[in-house]
Design a protein around this ligand. Structure first.
Ligand code: SF4
Length: 389
């Protein structure tokens, strides 16, 4: 019989539902009864959700202040395209020549959005540079973007993250730039610590490059490091997952995010499914169980979300050492806080009273982004007027 640990939950963010129950003052047993009745949610997943929501609660209380907002900047370039990726990223070989035009437009967008936010008396809370791979930019371009952000959104930010996901993009010069602008959190993402898997999924680096990049980041003085893993990658088994988790933990990152392979429609995987052997649902659940058991020694879960077509109907879960949770990840998932999404394939979330929200997405395609920027700026301004005036 197929396991359905999340019951009938489809198209909703599980932790958002639990936060609503907490808002209404429900205790653990009452909240479990409500979630089980509504969604046939398993006790195991409810317990996970409950722990996550308890940890998120103080962050939600602080970040839900209506004058606070966060900034997300999407840099839609990567050195190569990973097998499972449906993110709005372009390989540098394909679209690298557009990179300087993109950076120019992004600098305009940052400056205009800074004026817009200041006009509404909004205060920047967290800033997150994602993508894609922001370290696909040349160090001088990254410097220009970080400098523009500091200028456009003055003040003391609660958190500043730059994803440096691909170890093959990280140099001493990138890290020096990142530190100069006070970035306090970066991601270096192994996905797997097995070289044959890394080759199979289209990464241009091995596990030794991951270790070198982590050492370089620590030498540069990066205070908080996140590392992403994916369970259920083609040709991997439970033992291989345990090795990847142990080797990642040995690098002592403050955050480890455990993703489950998702068969995304726009991915290379989807175009050539027959060529790859994925584990069955039960094996993926066993992989997750082993990963969670190993992580429980030092880390605790602090945010989670599900995706359509995720193997075994499971979830992606962020783990943290106590006190190092990524604030941006929490506010982005829980949707009680304005997020202004700039750059390629970014989503702005404008929160109306009662936590209804308006999403505005920037185009995934760099050429479209360049063409449509004036229209996007006007749309974002109108949405903020409607929500805040
Ligand atoms: S590094 Fe991330 S964004 Fe870039 S191709 Fe791989 S999965 Fe996609």
């Amino acid at each position: 019989m197929q396991r359905k640990p999340w019951g009938t939950m489809v198209g909703v963010r599980p932790s958002k539902q639990v936060h609503k129950l907490l808002d209404a003052g429900l205790a653990y047993d009452q909240a479990y009864a409500a979630m089980h009745t509504e969604y046939r949610l398993s006790r195991e997943k409810f317990d996970l959700l409950w722990r996550v929501c308890q940890l998120e609660r103080p962050v939600l209380e602080e970040s839900s202040r209506p004058d606070l907002f966060s900034v997300y900047v999407g840099i839609p370039f990567c050195p190569t395209r990973c097998l499972y990726c449906s993110f709005p990223s372009h390989s540098l070989a394909e679209l690298g020549r557009l990179r300087s035009h993109f950076v120019e437009s992004l600098l305009t967008e940052i400056a205009e959005t800074g004026k817009l936010a200041a006009g509404f008396g909004l205060t920047p809370y967290t800033v997150y540079l994602g993508g894609g791979t922001p370290t696909s930019l040349a160090p001088a371009e990254l410097d220009a973007v970080l400098s523009a952000l500091r200028e456009a959104f003055p003040g003391r930010w609660r958190e500043f993250t730059v994803e440096a996901g691909r170890p093959d993009t990280i140099t001493e010069a990138h890290l020096a730039t990142i530190r100069r602008f006070g970035v306090d959190r970066i991601s270096i993402n192994p996905q797997s610590m097995h070289d044959q898997t890394l080759a199979l999924i289209g990464r241009r680096h091995g596990s030794e490059d991951i270790r070198k990049a982590v050492a370089m980041a620590r030498r540069a003085g990066i205070p908080v490091l996140n590392m992403d893993l994916i369970l259920g990658l083609p040709e991997e088994n439970t033992d291989m997952v345990a090795v990847s988790v142990r080797q990642t933990m040995a690098l002592a990152p403050e955050n480890i995010t455990v993703h489950i392979f998702s068969r995304k429609r726009a991915s290379r995987y989807n175009a050539d499914k027959a060529a790859y052997k994925l584990p069955e649902a039960d094996e993926v659940a066993a992989m997750q169980q082993i990963a969670f058991e190993l992580l429980a020694a030092r880390y605790r879960p602090y945010y989670l979300y599900r995706q359509r077509d995720i193997l075994g109907g499971l979830e992606n879960t962020g783990f943290t050492l106590p006190g190092y949770e990524c604030i941006y990840n929490i506010v982005m998932i829980e949707e009680r806080h304005h997020i202004l999404g700039l750059g390629g394939g970014a989503t702005s979330k404008i929160i109306n009273p009662g936590y209804t929200l308006l999403n505005i997405a920037t185009p995934k395609d760099v050429r479209m982004y360049l063409e449509r920027l004036p229209e996007l700026l006007a749309k974002r301004s109108a949405a903020l007027h409607a929500a805040l005036s």
